[in-house]
Write a protein that binds this ligand. Structure first.
Ligand code: SF4
Length: 191
């Protein structure tokens, strides 16, 4: 019988609002102060397969059914193993996971843990400077619609680690009602 773990899911590809050249020049992303940082990117089973095909070690993923990446020592902290410290680039950029593509959009539970919301992570310097631009507002509309699509809801519900815990430095933009209702109505999606 098919189980949630064995189910094949689509890879959700979203456009990224921060231009790649801005990301590559920034020292916020892809590096983490702690080995168990909650901000380490999560890869779905399908994204792990694509990352390994691009040369990332299978050992970078503690659970091949979907897991946060295992970071490696870097200076006084840690970095994603896909991050190349020489070039400052992502070594799997074309196949980076949804978690990385979405950033600085955060998908997380609200403070009361009663609804899933999306918001801007104010730690991103680019978005701090572009919070209210017409481009940012239009992007929010497109991404909210994509996150509430049937396909995305299925992927997020089956990979619940993509939904973070509440962070008070995230500027909440809106509730994701379809995703919330799906998570509430079915625990069979849990991985
Ligand atoms: S997968 Fe690429 S973009 Fe994502 S954290 Fe790792 S190096 Fe950065």
């Amino acid at each position: 019988m098919e189980t949630p773990k064995s189910r094949e899911l689509p890879v959700v590809v979203v456009e990224q609002i921060v231009p790649s050249k801005v990301c590559f020049a920034c020292d916020v992303c892809c590096r983490f102060p702690e080995q168990d940082s909650a901000l380490r990117p999560y890869f779905t089973k399908e994204e792990i397969r694509a990352a390994v095909a691009r040369g990332l070690s299978p050992d970078a993923f503690p659970d091949h059914a979907g897991s946060k990446v295992a970071v490696v020592p870097h200076g006084e902290g840690y970095r994603c193993p896909a991050f190349d410290p020489q070039t400052g680039h992502c070594g799997i950029y074309e196949d980076r996971p949804l978690d990385c593509r979405l950033y600085p959009v955060a998908v997380m539970w609200d403070h009361a843990h009663s609804a899933v919301v999306m918001g801007w992570d104010s730690k991103c310097p680019f978005i701090r400077d572009n919070l209210d631009s017409p481009e940012s507002r239009a992007y929010v509309e497109r991404i909210a619609a994509l996150l509430e699509s049937k396909e995305s809801v299925k992927v997020l519900a089956c990979n619940s680690q993509l939904i973070g815990l509440f962070q008070d430095d995230v500027i909440v933009l809106r509730r994701l009602d379809r995703l919330t209702d799906t998570l509430r109505s079915s625990t069979s999606f849990e991985r």
